[in-house]
Design a protein around this ligand. Structure first.
Ligand code: GCB
Length: 584
């Protein structure tokens, strides 16, 4: 699905701002047809933002069930004769959308976009009422999973992942217009042959008007470097400027649908970074060069906004990544806002792109994957989430690796049966990128899923959850485990290691929760990584402190951030900066 764009033939209108908003704890609104008029008892809520923390009460924060959003928008006068589309960049975790009284869209999954052609329902110049009911309930058939409990005190949501179940309209909402014969998809795959860059493109279109495709590739200065005709083609770029970590060089592919007279029917601009990705033995190669991942697993999380996308945090977080010498991050534990990938493309930051399959581990051996729990229906939901992830992010040069789950139960035959087809599906959807999943502490020799991946992604907490406070004991334990994994002959990326740390808490001895301990913990891990050749990356858990559900191990959230929630560095940030800038 293409992003809304302003081009010579396309126009978009953002619907962000304050929307009418109403919680619906007893689920009355659907049968009472709240979409058919103004919401009965609305307040206003910001879009984009999670609704949980913007109001000063626990009712919104802990809400389980439906929440209604409504706005009125005027369709631009100039859109006569155009195809008009309503698009939500995300609605967490699922939504139904109406335009006026007509249901136009229904979508499952909180982190990928969906849209509806509303041409027949709206008239340019007129005002339309747009209503969305967003539901945040998690079950064994959702990604991520959870259990809703009906208690005497009301519905309670339990889940198996360690971040707050923020919900709402977290990203932009758009009305946009295209010609009625239009470009419906563009796929770009890049390669290189010596110093020549190769850009293979495939264009899909829809509509009645006869047309052909013209493709023009321009460099960053706007000079045309290659042209092509036809729905599929390969463009050669002599002496190509490759996209590389730290060098986010982008070409622009101008795709046009051209009518029989040669006039442009539709135009779409797709940015292109020419680069290759390959796993060879224990190496992860970008443009044929061994790449070492330095960075973090992140979250979309900030005070008040929750998971609402915010351009200021986007730019600031990347500024901090650059400051600290990071070259990469993982979108733990769900696809992030489109803007994040665009920015990573231009900043030359490498992304491990993860689907929202987190917490597929009910903690009861043998019970996670079963007909009564995570089953075939769940797997189809998971498969669809992977399809939507790849469809959305396939053209981003920054994305070098798909992560199809975080810490699922992976030691039973049932888990292997569940995952094998998902690995196959991901490779069918995108044969150009490696695929993996983040392995929880399932030791080498016991994991029945890891061999399905191209890389080994390990989340390890020696010195924190294991050997708590005892780094001398943790060090050989970690080393022995990594050496065992290294015998598999695949690259190992440490996708999580970290220690909870209260900013400002100090001690002379390295005591857990102090800044000194976080520093010594990281140093111990680094010593081990540096001794194991197969380790090709280290991504600290986490970039910043973040909100979680309540728990006896969580003091106002998870404190494993190298930065605080408001992005101030802890002592560990300076250590990482020294290490990561050393060979920058
Ligand atoms: C993990 C999870 C992550 C948690 C983290 C922790 O292994 O992947 O979601 O937040 O550990 O801090 O416990």
């Amino acid at each position: 699905m293409l992003r809304p764009e302003d081009t010579r033939t396309r126009e978009r209108k953002s619907l962000t701002g304050l929307w009418e908003f109403q919680l619906d704890p007893i689920g009355a609104g659907r049968s009472a047809r709240w979409f058919a008029g103004p919401l009965p008892d609305a307040v206003q809520a910001p879009v984009p933002a999670s609704y949980n923390d913007v109001f000063a009460d626990a009712t919104a924060r802990d809400h389980v069930g439906d929440a209604w959003y409504q706005t009125t928008a005027r369709v631009p006068r100039g859109w006569n004769g155009q195809r008009i589309v309503l698009r939500f960049d995300s609605a967490t975790h699922r939504a139904v959308v109406w335009v006026g009284d007509t249901k136009v869209a229904e979508h499952e999954g909180g982190y990928t976009p969906f849209e509806a052609d509303v041409t027949s329902l709206v008239a340019p110049g007129d005002e339309v009422r747009i209503t969305a009911v967003v539901n945040n309930e998690l079950s064994f058939q959702s990604i991520p999973p959870g259990i809703v409990e009906d208690t005497p005190q009301g519905l309670r949501q339990r889940y198996f992942h360690d971040f707050f179940n923020y919900a709402g309209l977290h990203r932009a909402v758009w009305l946009y217009a295209t010609p009625t014969t239009f470009i419906s998809d563009v796929t770009v795959v890049t390669d290189r042959d010596g110093s020549t860059g190769l850009v293979r493109y495939a264009v899909r279109s829809a509509g009645e008007a006869p047309h052909t495709v013209r493709a023009t590739l321009r460099d960053a200065a706007g000079r045309t470097v290659a042209t092509g005709d036809g729905v599929d083609g390969e463009l050669s770029v002599g002496d190509a400027h490759l996209w590389a970590p730290g060098d986010g060089y982008l070409y622009q592919l101008d795709v046009e649908l051209v009518d029989t007279e040669g006039a442009t029917l539709d135009s779409y601009l797709q940015s292109v970074g020419i680069r290759t990705v390959e796993v060879r033995g224990t190496q992860f190669l970008i443009n044929g060069e061994p790449f070492y991942f330095k960075g973090f697993a992140k979250h979309e999380d900030s005070a008040v906004r929750g998971k609402g996308h915010d351009d200021a945090f986007l730019v600031h977080d990347f500024a901090l990544l650059n400051w600290i010498g990071a070259n990469s991050f993982r979108t733990s534990h769900y696809p992030y806002a489109d803007e994040v990938y665009d920015y990573a493309d231009r900043e030359g930051i490498v992304i491990i792109d993860e689907v929202a399959a987190v917490g597929q581990n009910a903690g009861i051996p043998g019970s996670t994957f079963s007909p009564e729990t995570i089953n075939d229906v769940s797997r189809e939901v998971h498969a669809q989430a992977i399809r939507e992830l790849v469809a959305r992010d396939k053209n981003h040069p920054s994305v070098v690796l798909w992560s199809i789950a975080n810490e699922p139960e992976s030691r039973t035959p049932a888990s292997r049966e569940y995952f094998a087809p998902l690995f196959t599906l991901t490779r069918e959807l995108d044969p150009t990128r490696p695929v993996g999943f983040a392995n929880a502490p399932t030791p080498h020799g016991e994991c029945l899923v890891s061999d399905l991946g191209d890389v080994l992604m390990l989340n390890r907490y020696y010195g924190w959850y294991v050997n708590t406070g005892d780094l001398p004991a943790a060090e050989p334990g970690l080393q022995a485990e990594l050496e065992a994994w290294a015998t598999d002959g695949k690259p190992i990326i440490i996708t999580e290691y970290g220690a909870d740390t209260i900013a400002g808490l100090h001690s002379v001895a390295p005591v857990p929760w102090t800044e000194e301990y976080q520093v010594e913990y990281l140093e111990m891990n680094h010593r081990v990584f540096d001794r194991v050749d197969a380790v090709v990356g280290e991504q600290v858990w986490n970039f910043a402190d973040f909100a979680t559900g309540p728990g006896v191990r969580r003091v106002d959230g998870n404190k494993k951030g190298v930065f605080t929630r408001d992005r101030r560095p802890k002592a560990a940030a300076h250590l990482l900066r020294r290490r990561w800038m050393r060979d920058a």
